[in-house]
Design a binder for this molecule. Structure first.
Ligand code: AMP
Ligand code: ZN
Ligand code: FE
Ligand code: FE
Length: 293
């Protein structure tokens, strides 16, 4: 008898990491919510970079489907030679101080985007800031928008090629922008009443588990409450390793697809990765505690 080692496809009802056209995703909030509904999702977080502007539209679209939307954010932070992305869940979107800060970050993205276009010009690539602006169409400008401009001009054929050749951290057109330190991002989110969760931990460190654990421990001490464990691009053994770290440090295991609708071959689609519904219960419970502090 042949043993069947194939696992039944898991049904995911929760996706806590999604991007829309308000940052560098290519689906509008309505299109994204419709897709999530078709995939059977029940609770999703709209976690654009430096913007909560997609949340209201997502909430309107979600009513039709009986899906719950968690207002969220993804903030990029700086550490030496690396970056850490911090997700925040249950954002208070009426917090004017927080919105002012997001506006500042978006302005910083524009300045940096213009500089990257200049660098590309210096490298002989004739793209203009106006093209990038048109592609971004009012969104928080990200490198994917610049990648798209390079594709449209025929300098590269796919998104990944743009990052590998020019836009990646060590690429010749890469420009830094001012960002918070991770502990500051944790503080900003807690001050808003939101729950800070470290995004895709293995993008920070894949080899040295001890280094990763030390970093996660210090962020937990700063007030971080969760860790992205069930992440689209992580393997089963990587997810197990991260689940162990989360359990050991008493962090809520979160996760999602980080869907951008980038068209990248093999892109993880909403519904293909995510935490169990018990994560939502744990986040809600934590939210109640955080409010009381
Ligand atoms: P930005 O916020 O402008 O720094 O752009 C970050 C976004 O670019 C990420 O959310 C990814 O979608 C994408 N990205 C960053 N680095 C890479 C890379 N090396 N390869 C492909 N995409 C990347
Ligand atoms: Zn992104
Ligand atoms: Fe990220
Ligand atoms: Fe993301």
């Amino acid at each position: 008898m042949k043993l069947d080692n194939s696992k039944a496809p898991e049904v995911h009802e929760v996706d806590l990491h999604l991007h829309t056209t308000y940052s560098d995703g290519t689906l509008t909030p309505t299109e994204l919510v419709d897709l999530c509904a078709r995939k059977g999702l029940k609770v999703i977080a709209i976690s654009d970079h430096d913007s909560t502007e997609g949340v209201a539209e997502a909430q309107s679209a979600a009513i039709r489907h009986g899906i719950e939307i968690i207002p969220a954010i993804e903030l990029s932070t700086d550490v030496p030679d690396n970056e850490i992305h911090m997700l925040g869940y249950f954002i208070d979107m009426e917090d004017t101080g927080f919105q002012d800060l997001l506006r500042e970050f978006r302005a910083g993205r524009e300045d940096r985007g213009r500089k990257m276009v200049e660098r590309l010009d210096g490298l002989g690539m004739d793209i203009t800031w106006e093209e990038v602006e048109r592609i971004a169409d009012g969104a928080a400008v990200g490198r994917p928008h610049i990648a798209q401009a390079l594709i449209e001009r025929g300098y590269v054929s796919v998104w990944q090629e743009a990052f590998d050749k020019y836009l990646g951290r060590t690429g010749p057109a890469y420009v830094e922008r001012t960002r918070l330190e991770p502990e500051e991002a944790v503080r900003v989110l807690l001050d808003n009443g939101a729950l800070p969760v470290m995004a895709h931990p293995l993008y920070y460190e894949r080899e040295d588990t001890r280094k990763l654990k030390n970093l996660v421990t210090s962020l937990k001490e700063a007030g971080m409450v969760g860790l992205e464990v069930h992440y689209g691009e992580f393997s089963g053994s990587e997810i197990d390793m991260l689940a162990n770290i989360a359990a050991e440090l008493d962090l809520i295991p979160c996760g999602g697809s980080d869907y951008h609708a980038s068209g990248k071959p093999g892109e993880i689609i909403p519904g293909e990765a995510g935490p169990p519904m018990s994560t939502i219960e744990a986040l809600r419970e934590m939210k109640g505690v955080a409010r009381a502090l």
